[in-house]
Ligand binder design. Structure first.
Ligand SMILES: *Cc1c(COP(=O)(O)O)cnc(C)c1O
Length: 403
């Protein structure tokens, strides 16, 4: 770490010069000319939606992930909703999930008029703790919804065992984890259904978009119907076979992903491998640099896991610091790092407090992590200088506030 600043360097928040001139966001898409051209071609074609690009994207995605079926939908949230529906969640049912996630993970249970039940997370990965999950299972539990927090796979061996023992559907919210490997196998073909998002901060973008992968044909069929009003065949199939008749067999939505978006997805998929490699390199550089900073707890990687690094969330060892997270956060922002916090635990949100009477303190591991978390910039287009700037700014700020 050649760029280690001295303790005396004035923080930007106290009027000193910031480490960076311009703000470095925590996440950002990258699109190239090939991506743009692939969209332009679709715009000139016959099919803007429900055309050939949809199946092409789904097939390539399924192959890349290593699963039998991939069903595209209009967002990661729609993917969660579709998975919750296909799992059969309904009024009176419960699904056990993590509070350390974006609220959409738990909201999909509410969309089905079922009840999300939170279980606390493990202190190392901040993924669902299987022991805590076991204690939350009741006769009403129908599904487990795990999240691969920050891109580190959930404890799928243990969760799978629980799901099998109790006859539960295992849904994996892998919105952070496209390309992550769990004992050498990519996530997407491990849980009963795996959910991905193509929001611009994620590994691959279609603007908005999502996917559910599964190895089970029956689930795939239900997911396809659900995204298309519950209709049992798609418009292009009907046109191809010259039929007008169709039947609505379940209550679905219009959650279709357009051909415009799918063409972008196909093009983005070609760069996924190299983008993942870049994220892994950035994570390794961060982790190595932060060994010099005792106040930083870097993300833990368990044996056999190869994370996809959607986020790089550090936790502050507040015992070693003279300031709390909010002040440190503001100081990093002043240095022009677009730091963020992932997440406000779901049970802290006013809606969940009001609906379920959470007071705070129910999930002590998640609550403690929340006081300490700061997500550093992490996206594949970051330059070496960007990475150095992040390390320099974090060192500058934490050295200043170290006791
Ligand atoms: C991004 C994200 C979602 C929602 O995806 P959208 O495509 O924005 O709807 C759900 N869960 C997690 C963990 C996410 O990170």
């Amino acid at each position: 770490m050649s760029a280690t600043p001295t303790r005396l360097e004035t923080l930007a928040i106290k009027g000193g010069p910031p480490v960076r001139e311009a703000l470095l966001p925590y996440g950002r898409q990258s699109l190239d000319e090939e991506d743009i051209q692939s969209v332009v071609e679709v715009l000139k074609s016959d099919w803007l939606t429900t055309g050939p690009k949809v199946a092409e994207f789904e097939e390539q995605f399924a192959e890349w992930v290593g699963t039998k079926h991939a069903v595209s939908v209009s967002s990661g949230t729609a993917a969660l909703h579709a998975a919750a529906f296909a799992a059969g969640l309904k009024s009176g049912d419960e699904a056990v999930t993590t509070p350390m996630t974006f609220c959409a993970t738990a909201n999909c249970v509410l969309y089905q008029d079922a009840t999300p039940v939170f279980a606390d997370v493990s202190a190392d990965t901040l993924n669902l703790d299987p022991d805590k999950v076991r204690r939350k299972i009741s006769s009403r539990t129908k599904a487990l919804i795990a999240v691969d927090y920050s891109g580190h796979p959930a404890d799928l061996v243990e969760l799978r065992a629980i799901a099998e023992r109790d006859g539960l559907v295992l849904i994996e919210d892998a919105c952070h984890a496209l390309g992550a490997e769990h004992f050498g196998k990519k996530v997407g073909g491990i849980a009963d259904m795996t959910v991905f998002s193509f929001h611009p901060v994620k590994h691959l973008t279609t603007g908005e978009g999502g996917m559910v992968t599964t190895d089970e044909a029956k689930l795939a069929e239900t997911l396809r119907q659900f995204r298309n009003h519950g209709i049992s065949s798609e418009a292009r199939q009907r046109q191809a076979s010259g039929q007008w008749f169709y039947e609505m067999v379940l209550l679905g939505f219009n959650y279709r992903l357009t051909d415009i978006a799918c063409a972008l997805g196909i093009s983005q998929l070609r760069k996924l491998e190299s983008n993942l490699a870049r994220r892994r390199m950035i994570a390794a550089q961060y982790t190595s640099a932060f060994r010099e900073l005792p106040a930083v707890m870097a993300p833990v990687v368990r044996d056999g896991m190869n994370p996809a690094w959607h986020l790089y969330p550090i936790r502050l060892r507040l015992e070693l610091l003279s300031a709390r997270r909010p002040e440190i956060f503001q100081a990093l922002r002043a240095e022009n790092l677009g730091v963020n916090v992932h997440y406000v635990p779901v049970h802290h949100h006013p809606y969940y407090r009001e609906q379920f009477g959470y007071q705070g303190g129910e999930y002590p591991v998640a609550d403690d992590a929340y006081e300490r978390l700061i997500s550093l910039p992490m996206f594949h287009a970051m330059t070496d200088q960007d990475v150095k700037d992040v390390i320099a700014a974090v060192s500058k700020v934490l050295n200043f506030f170290s006791r």
